[in-house]
Design a protein around this ligand. Structure first.
Ligand SMILES: C[C@@H]1N[C@@H](C(=O)NCc2ccccc2)[C@H](O)[C@@H]1O
Length: 449
């Protein structure tokens, strides 16, 4: 145990209602939108090979030329209601929206910089209509905020000189001012998703960031803050020098998913995922593998089966419209969620041995189990292993609850759920209602080895 002043201030999961609701979201939407959506990963006919929202960092464009995109931001097809309805159709229970990405452009009229929507042709606040529209759909809002701000003169990658240190002090106050401004302007926001905190300059600010986190929590009781915000005094991020999670949930699962329950160390977490391999902001090209509905449903099921949330990214176009491919995915996922969301919402890790056919989830506060099936075995029989004192009371397809399935006991703890129709074109859910195991006449001899 290392003595820490600025490490984690809590061991184990939060137990308050706001965090319990967050834990049960299951499926979320990420929105990456800003000036980078105007070039959409291309400049003067040349494609930028990196992530479209990083195009300013490309040496193919003079920084001042990129920064002048503010004078072109006029998203005539922006419709906050449409974005929120798309998320509702998909079955998203929360949305994380970029208020300011690494380029420093603010989607709200911040008092602390001129580099905001107020000084674009659009002029109007973007965040307010979005927060209101999502609130109206009953979708909770999390504000994404990039600490790294390439536009601010005080930002430094590292602090080497006295001048750096003076400049960065100003930047720290600017950051604090903007965060308190966001919490004041959008009081219904449930949390903050921090990004751009990997540079040495910020990692050296353990005390400042710790005090700022404490101040924000006091300012907005219940505020949800992830593990990516701050480092401890030894520069440790996400987990402090004693291996304890910083913040309320782990934010390390960016474009990757844990494989087994041990990987999440008993913490809350979310996975944020792009539809292409690595494009968050709108990219005209959308080259490489574009994830299908079934891949994204499997990622959602896998995340919920391991106690996390799956957050799917949308990168609206520079004109404010959502691209048709993303709208199609939202509708396809939503179509599946209409029938099957009971296995996703307010569900958690079931504690059962993973089987090849797919993923177990368990309804929080109940014994009800769900089997989310992606791979039907040639036998048509789905294997289930339960604790010794548990057996299967009822099993049925979530989509056809009246049709009971035959659960065959094959050993003291193993069962086969026999599917009637194995020609499944879509992932489907089998519900298991476990009961206490009665002493059965059957005896199963353990092998002598
Ligand atoms: C949620 C994502 N996080 C931002 C990001 O910079 N990710 C980590 C990263 C760090 C360094 C080089 C590339 C990517 C991406 O631009 C998205 O906003």
């Amino acid at each position: 145990q290392i003595e820490l002043k600025h490490g984690s201030h809590r061991i184990g999961k939060r137990t308050d209602a706001v965090m319990q609701k967050w834990r049960g979201y299951g499926l979320g939407q990420f929105i990456h939108w800003g000036l980078y959506a105007i070039p959409g990963g291309e400049w003067n006919g040349k494609q930028y090979n990196g992530a479209a929202e990083w195009i300013r960092s490309w040496n193919g464009i003079p920084k001042s030329t990129y920064d002048s995109l503010i004078y072109k931001f006029n998203p005539v097809n922006f419709n906050a209601e449409e974005w929120a309805v798309t998320a509702k159709q998909m079955g998203a229970r929360y949305v994380t929206i970029t208020t300011k990405h690494h380029d420093g452009f603010c989607l709200w009229p911040s008092k602390y910089t001129r580099y905001t929507i107020a000084n674009s042709p659009w002029k109007k606040d973007i965040m307010k209509p979005l927060v209101d529209a999502y609130d109206k759909q009953g979708i909770d809002v999390i504000l994404y905020f990039s600490v790294m701000d390439w536009n601010h003169p005080g930002w430094r990658y590292d602090i080497k000189t006295k001048e750096d240190s003076i400049a960065f002090e100003g930047f720290k106050q600017f950051t604090r001012n903007q965060l308190l401004e966001l919490l004041t302007l959008y009081p219904t926001a449930k949390g903050l998703w921090f990004d751009g905190t990997w540079d040495k300059s910020w990692i050296k600010q353990a005390a400042f960031a710790d005090e700022l986190e404490t101040e924000m929590r006091k300012f907005r009781p219940g505020l949800i803050i992830g593990s990516r915000f701050r480092a401890d005094e030894n520069g440790k991020r996400h987990f402090d020098s004693n291996g304890v999670l910083m913040g309320d949930y782990e934010q390390g699962w960016e474009r990757k998913i844990p494989n087994k329950i041990e990987d999440v160390h008993g913490n809350d977490w979310d996975c944020v995922m792009t539809v292409p391999e690595n494009q968050w902001g709108y990219n005209k090209a959308w080259k490489g593998h574009i994830k299908t509905r079934n891949e994204l449903l499997e990622m959602t099921a896998k995340c919920v089966s391991l106690g996390g949330n799956f957050v799917l990214n949308f990168g609206p176009q520079g004109d404010g419209a959502i691209r048709k491919e993303e709208k199609q995915l939202a509708a396809q996922i939503g179509d599946w969620m209409k029938t099957n969301s009971e296995a996703i919402y307010n569900c958690e890790y079931a504690g059962l041995e993973k089987q090849d056919w797919g993923y177990f989830t368990k309804k929080t506060g109940s014994d009800k189990l769900y089997m989310i099936v992606f791979n039907v075995p040639v036998s048509g029989a789905l294997k289930v292993k339960l604790p010794a004192n548990t057996s299967i009371g009822k099993s049925y397809l979530l989509a056809q609850p009246a049709q009971l399935l035959n659960a065959e006991e094959i050993s003291g703890t193993e069962y086969f759920i026999h599917l009637k129709n194995t020609a499944a074109g879509n992932p489907f859910v089998v519900v298991l209602e476990p009961t206490a195991k009665k002493a059965s006449g059957n005896t199963y001899d353990k092998a002598k080895t």
